[in-house]
Every structure is written in C-alpha cells, then in structure tokens.
Design a protein around this ligand. Structure first.
Ligand SMILES: [Zn+2]
Ligand SMILES: [Zn+2]
Length: 392
C-alpha cells in the first residue's frame, strides 16, 4: 500500500527526497533536485489538557486504540514511526538491530517541531573531534567510516505545558532576634562571668495565596535516553517551532512518545512546584520560612506535543552501551566515554616506570590525568562540551 503523504518521490528521477538541514528544503541525493518546503504561517497552537484527558480516558475504556506499524528496538524499547521504504538498521540509542512490528497507536500527533539545522557532516565533525580528544576510545569507533555509519538523525518526542496556577498555603514566618546570655569562661585559670548574644527565631503563623503563570514547561516524552542526557541537551529555541510537516522527517527517524500526556503533566507539576515553593517563601517573608501545607489549582492548562532533533550514536563496548548525542539545533554534545582498559593499563605501566610509580597517565596534551582504576574491565565518565560553530 502506497502512502503518498509520508513519501516524497523526486520529480526528476523518482528517488526519495530527503530533508536537508543545510538548505531547509527537500533534496534528491541522486540528481540534486531541490524542492522548497512551503513556509506555513499557521500559528503554533496550544491544546486543552482536560479535553485530552477525557479523550484518553474514553479511548482507554472503550479499547478503541488501533494498531499501527512501528519499528521497535527489542533491547531498549525505543519505538519509531514506520515509514514507507524504511530499512530497519540499528537502534540509534543502543545499537541493537531493530525489528518491524505493530503497537497500539498513540492518538496524540505531534503538531510542531524544530527542524534539524546541524547537518550530518557537521554532526560527524563534532563526533570526530570529540573522539580525537578521547585517547582511550575503543577500536569499535576508531575510524571515521564507522562513526559515519553509527550517527543517526532522530526526532525525540516532547510535551510542553502552560498553566495558570493559584496556590493556598499555610506556614510560619521566622524572625531572628538576639538574646543576651551569660556564661562562665576560664581566663588565666580563673572562672569569670561573661555575656554573649545568641540568635533565636520567633515563629508566627502565616497563610496566604500565590499565583503564577507557567509557559512551555518542557518534558521529554521518551524513556529510551537517560534523564541526564535529555537534560543536558537543553536549551532549545522553542520560539522557532514550525508547524509539523512530514517533509522535515524525510530521511530521519521519529521516536514515538512513551510518556503519555497525563504522565508528562505529573512531571511538569514537579517542576512548577519547585518555583511555586520559592514564591511562597517570598510571600511569607521574614528571615526564615516554614511551609506546612500547600495546595495548587491549575486553570486553563494547555499542552503541545512536539518533536526536537538530535543526532545520536550508540555503541557497545564490553557488554555496556555508550551513547553519544548532539542537539540538532545548537550542536551541543553529550557523550558517555568508554576507556579501553588495555590501552589504559599499558599507559599506566609506562607512566609508572617513567614517574616512579603512581597511577598517572599521560594524556594527549602531555599533561597528567589522575586515573582511578575502579572496575577491572572498563569505566566511563560523562562529558558535556559546547563546540563552537562559525555562522550559527
Ligand atoms: Zn532526483
Ligand atoms: Zn535500542
């Protein structure tokens, strides 16, 4: 069955047109034909959260959710939309071969996205530079070609929430005062009476109400990447969202959300609560504050379901998965770095014989890194770097 909406044949040669981050257009790899993506002036809409919950409830209770084709990873449970002519390949999050299957459809469709602006070439350069500074990288990634092969462009699913909040609270305001206290001290072997000021807090009850409007609280709707990675990809230029169009997805994977719109709102509330507690403390005033009770009403809560672009590579090394992720808009990098134990051991022996002992390893720049040998096979750390791009 042909689905003409998710497939863009080249007008000149019939090959697949792919989205080009460089020209923000659809391009043919074979003949070079370019096709502009029409600019949409449709505003980015917010959707009513309560209506979404009612829809979700109705669909869950009536079992009306249909089955749709997906590509899924048997290892990390990532799910991608199945597109026309899509070859399976490896999971961009864990490097396991993915399989075609069916899944209960997610009834909320993404309505906006940030298109890729970092090209595959730029992403591979960032990856290459990152690997070059990692002297202890495993040989599984030691060639440009292997890295080129691993790097996949993926749109990750996100929710954003807006809400008008009003919070009733009860608590106490603490006022610091000083009390004069006398005490005995020993001076030159004699007991003498002295006085000092001691800080005390006087607590008085305080209750009240605070209001705050939240705009675009962003929650990742994927469970495949760890939160440390998701959080490290921020910030995103959400002001540049464009209305969803399949054209931007041509040549890229798009992950299907695993955190539902209601689960996402629970996470958003935790983020909002943190800010609300600061508002309450400010409202209580005084020198110290205690909050004994707070209850928040949400009004005019809206959501958006959107897609954000990343370049992702995953590789397995000694049974562990390591991930390397680039923000597809800014080029910000987050990677997990494996070390080859054999290379480290060899370097440590060399360094020990040179330096006369101690677990020091000479790094690439000729400096010394104090390396700790925690696990006998391999260990890793987290590294976040912000490469500089000219012209971005
Ligand atoms: Zn063509
Ligand atoms: Zn996977």
């Amino acid at each position: 069955m042909k689905n003409s909406q998710s497939h863009f044949p080249c007008e000149q040669c019939g090959s697949d047109l792919l989205y080009s981050p460089e020209h923000q257009s659809l391009e043919c790899d074979h003949c070079g034909f370019k096709n502009e993506i029409p600019v949409s002036f449709e505003p980015i809409r917010e959707y009513d959260f309560r209506e979404a919950l009612q829809d979700l409830e109705r669909l869950r209770s009536s079992g009306q959710l249909s089955q749709v084709g997906v590509i899924k990873c048997p290892s990390c449970a990532a799910q991608f939309e199945l597109k026309e002519n899509e070859h399976a390949g490896n999971c961009p999050f864990c490097s396991t071969p993915v399989i075609k299957g069916t899944e209960q459809s997610r009834h909320i469709r993404p309505r906006s996205l940030l298109p890729f602006s970092i090209t595959h070439d730029q992403a591979i350069n960032v990856f290459d530079n990152w690997m070059k500074t990692r002297w202890f990288a495993p040989s599984a990634l030691n060639s440009h070609a292997k890295r080129n092969d691993k790097l996949t462009g993926v749109y990750l699913p996100y929710w954003t929430y807006d809400s008008d909040t009003q919070t009733q609270y009860q608590g106490q305001r603490g006022t610091v005062y000083y009390e004069r206290q006398s005490y005995m001290a020993r001076v030159d072997g004699r007991s003498v009476r002295r006085t000092r000021n001691v800080a005390r807090v006087r607590w008085s009850p305080k209750s009240g109400r605070v209001r705050r409007h939240f705009d675009d609280v962003l929650i990742g709707a994927s469970k495949t990447l760890p939160r440390t990675i998701i959080d490290n990809l921020a910030p995103w230029d959400l002001g540049k969202l464009v209305p969803y169009s399949e054209a931007y997805l041509s040549g890229f994977r798009s992950e299907i959300y695993q955190i539902t719109v209601d689960e996402g709102f629970l996470r958003a509330q935790q983020i909002m609560d943190y800010t609300i507690r600061q508002d309450i403390r400010r409202d209580i005033g005084g020198d110290q504050q205690r909050i004994s009770h707070a209850s928040t009403d949400h009004d005019r809560t809206t959501y958006k379901h959107l897609l954000l672009p990343i370049w992702s590579a995953a590789f397995k090394y000694r049974g562990k998965t390591y991930r390397y992720v680039i923000n597809g808009r800014t080029g910000k990098v987050h990677g997990e770095r494996p070390f080859s134990f054999i290379k480290i051991a060899a370097a440590a022996t060399l360094a020990a014989s040179m330096a006369g002992g101690g677990a020091y390893v000479i790094d690439q720049n000729g400096g010394f890194d104090n390396i700790q040998f925690g696990s006998p096979s391999s260990y890793y750390d987290y590294q976040t770097t912000q490469p500089t791009f000219q012209g971005f």
